[in-house]
Design a protein around this ligand. Structure first.
Ligand SMILES: Cc1ncc(COP(=O)(O)O)c(C=O)c1O
Length: 363
């Protein structure tokens, strides 16, 4: 057990056991009358599996995901997307009204949303725009976390929307600096598109790192809502005690297991290579357009693009039926749109819409 992680937990939750569901008790028997379930399956339930509550942490799925991410099953918590992981980290480590969270905007919005919902104070350490890209300043983030006694610090790598890939050594240096004072959350929702090593490889050295992974992106399962937190066993156990009793519906468990079978994984890997190739071609195509001011290098399945007239670009894309993410309300991104790298044909449509219409609009 990690005593330093226990010390970082909310003091009022250190002895909190959470809800003890009927499924969390390890009892053996053949007649199950301990959860007030129906004695019959619903007529529409051909599997007859749905009358029972599911396992809180489905064993077979957890074992498979642990293997996929290179950790032990005790180092993994599965939940409803990595969104739930973010929420659980806030619940477990931030005392409502007192906790502080360091983020580096512009960045994925759920860190700030969850912080707000938990009454945590948000400490912004802005990304720095330079020749290299929109980059997180890990030194300044660490300084802010230490100076303000923050409980959590969120890194996003590849960054959404920056596309920046952080060096693992830099993450390790930050975790070392914050050991015993702050949990470093490394959100790797898009890591498969980068083909880079995971911060999960640092877990044996740092009990204050928590890694977020998801089946929503590379594994094409956003509709199923499956994500994981990877961390030391003490941290995982603390999150489990804060989680809803049965987070994983049985049909979702089955869909997730099927999606990470050997042949499905092989196909997913080949698609990642295709996305990387299309990403390059889309970036080159965009850079050639007169209305494009800058295309940031991206390790994710999206490109952050600055336009001389983002409004005209957005409108022209919409007129061609192409919906992209308008980033203009985000700090530093008043002229930017984020474009997902779709299929090669979808990307051609993007270039076509911008080339013929925006060009004319600008003339
Ligand atoms: C950086 C990042 N983290 C987490 C998520 C949430 O993913 P999930 O579908 O696993 O909840 C997203 C979704 O877009 C994201 O961009």
């Amino acid at each position: 057990m990690s005593t330093t992680v226990n010390a970082l937990l909310r003091a009022d939750l250190r002895d909190f056991g959470g809800y003890k569901s009927a499924r969390s008790e390890t009892l053996a028997g053949s007649i199950w009358l301990n959860a007030n379930e129906s004695a019959w399956a619903n007529a529409a339930d051909s599997s007859a599996l749905l009358r029972r509550y599911p396992q809180p942490q489905p064993e077979v799925l957890c074992a498979r995901l642990a293997q996929l991410y290179g950790v032990a099953p005790a180092q993994l918590l599965v939940g409803r997307g990595s969104d739930e992981g973010i929420d659980l980290l806030l619940r477990a480590f931030c005392m409502p009204g007192q906790g502080k969270v360091v983020i580096a905007p512009p960045v994925f919005g759920m860190y700030a949303v969850c912080a707000k919902l938990h009454g945590a104070q948000i400490i912004n350490v802005s990304l720095h725009d330079s020749e290299e890209g929109l980059c997180a300043d890990l030194q300044a983030m660490g300084d802010a976390a230490l100076a303000q006694n923050a409980s959590l610090l969120f890194l996003c790598t590849p960054g959404n929307p920056s596309g920046e890939l952080l060096a693992l050594q830099a993450v390790a240096t930050l975790a070392q600096r914050l050991r015993g004072t702050c949990i470093v959350v490394v959100d790797e929702a898009y890591l498969e598109y980068a083909d880079a090593p995971s911060a999960a490889t640092l877990l044996s050295d740092f009990d204050n790192i928590a890694v977020l992974r998801t089946l929503s992106k590379a594994h094409a399962l956003a509709g199923a809502r499956v994500g994981c937190v990877l961390a030391g066993a003490t941290l995982i156990d603390a999150l489990r005690r804060c989680q809803a009793p049965y987070p994983m519906p049985q049909p979702v468990v089955e869909a997730a297991l099927a999606a990470v079978g050997d042949s499905e994984l092989a196909l997913t890997r080949s698609r990642m290579a295709a996305v990387r190739e299309t990403r390059l071609r889309l970036a080159d195509g965009l850079r050639a357009l007169p209305l494009v001011r800058r295309v940031y290098t991206s390790a994710g399945n999206f490109l952050l693009v600055r336009f001389t007239d983002a409004d005209a670009a957005f409108t022209s894309l919409l007129a061609a039926g192409v919906v992209v993410r308008d980033m203009r309300a985000m700090p530093q991104l008043g002229d930017a749109l984020r474009i997902t790298v779709g299929s090669a044909d979808e990307c051609r449509q993007v270039l076509k819409a911008l080339d013929t219409r925006v060009w004319e609009a600008a003339a």
